[in-house]
Design a binder for this molecule. Structure first.
Ligand SMILES: Cc1cc2nc3c(=O)[nH]c(=O)nc-3n(C[C@H](O)[C@H](O)[C@H](O)COP(=O)(O)O)c2cc1C
Length: 323
């Protein structure tokens, strides 16, 4: 399970950086993977309102948001925004990330598509400000809430600190470690201990992608879902994306990965293969199931639909069968 954090302060080793790293260390202690994006060091172009996302569902601007950040937001089950208060909101650097996520807003509200991880995806924010006013975090709270809604994440709360100004003030705070550990435990513990299921096929471009998306979509709270391929393709199958979109399930920003990458941090308890049984690695103790489904790649769209529906039924049965 990935926890993705955006460090929104341009100040290196300042208060926000300290707060987010402390938070991520607590996450790792509980056994989840983490990734911090230092927003000020990325090539992020602010939204230019081309409105392509609202019509076509993608952003034409080529930068780190497109290449790295959109896929990470989709992969993460927990997204953490961390920012100092700059004029009663987040920093401009972080706001540029948020505005570019209009692409997710458009996919959700204009194209009516749902992130397969919606059931479990959640958002949290961390913030610090120099002054002590009651309304200090209200602007950020509103922006963060609408951002989390756009990326299909449930807003789970925040940790905020007033009177923090010099770069080391946060590190000197008497309760910060205790606050962070408590918040992280409440946020992460419900997601730990889910049964890990790996869906695997040869290219990880079509059948195992559909199976993993259905499993997340239908039972993400019960299963931690992994997917991989023995010979991963360059990109996922465009016809598969089309037929999954007919079901309202958004497959954007996913790409094939190797089985080794899928299980490098996670040992699956159940492995479901899509007819590539012999090519799959042996994972000690894992229950092996082979669905022996035909490969719909390169076949007519109707055949892809049949395989999609068969996979959906099998996933539903699997959910019923597994404890
Ligand atoms: C451009 C700018 C605007 C700021 N605006 C506010 C503000 O509106 N309210 C406030 O309490 N602090 C404000 N601050 C102070 C920062 O929030 C504070 O120093 C914070 O601790 C910086 O965190 P960092 O070390 O993570 O960058 C501002 C600082 C800067 C540089």
């Amino acid at each position: 399970m990935l926890v993705l954090g955006f460090q929104g302060s341009p100040r290196k080793k300042g208060n926000t950086s300290f707060l987010l790293s402390t938070f991520m260390q607590a996450v790792e202690k509980l056994g989840a993977q983490t990734r911090i994006i230092e927003v000020a060091q990325k090539n992020i172009i602010p939204c230019k309102e081309y409105v392509v996302c609202e019509k076509k569902g993608y952003c034409p601007i080529d930068d780190d948001i497109k290449v790295e950040i959109y896929p990470l937001i989709r992969q993460a089950e927990v997204v953490v925004l961390a920012s100092p208060i700059f004029f009663y909101n987040m920093t401009a650097q972080l706001k540029a990330v948020v505005d570019r996520c209009q692409t997710f807003w458009a996919r959700k509200y204009k194209l009516k598509l749902t992130d397969p991880a919606k059931k479990t995806k959640c958002g949290f924010f961390l913030s610090v400000g120099a002054t002590k006013g009651k309304n200090l975090f209200e602007g950020l709270q509103l922006t963060a809430q609408y951002f989390f809604d756009a990326i299909d994440a449930r807003f789970e709360g925040s940790l905020t600190y007033r009177g923090i100004e010099g770069p080391k003030d946060m590190a000197k705070h008497p309760n910060v470690l205790e606050d962070v550990e408590k918040a992280v435990a409440e946020l992460i513990k419900p997601l730990l201990g889910r049964k890990k299921i790996l869906f695997a096929c040869r290219e990880n471009a079509c059948r195992s992608q559909m199976a993993s998306a259905f499993a997340q979509y239908l039972a993400g709270e019960k299963f931690e879902v992994l997917n991989g391929g023995s010979e991963p393709a360059d990109k996922i199958n465009p016809d598969m994306i089309k037929v999954m979109h007919e079901k309202g399930i958004d497959m954007a920003f996913r790409s094939p990965q190797s089985i080794e990458a899928a299980i490098s941090n996670n040992s699956p308890e159940v492995i479901v293969t899509m007819g590539c049984g012999k090519e799959c690695p042996f994972v000690p103790g894992a229950q092996m199931l082979d669905w022996d489904l035909p490969d719909p790649a390169g076949k007519p769209l109707d055949f892809m639909r049949q395989v999609r529906d068969e996979i959906e039924n099998r996933v539903k049965n699997l959910i019923k069968q597994l404890p």
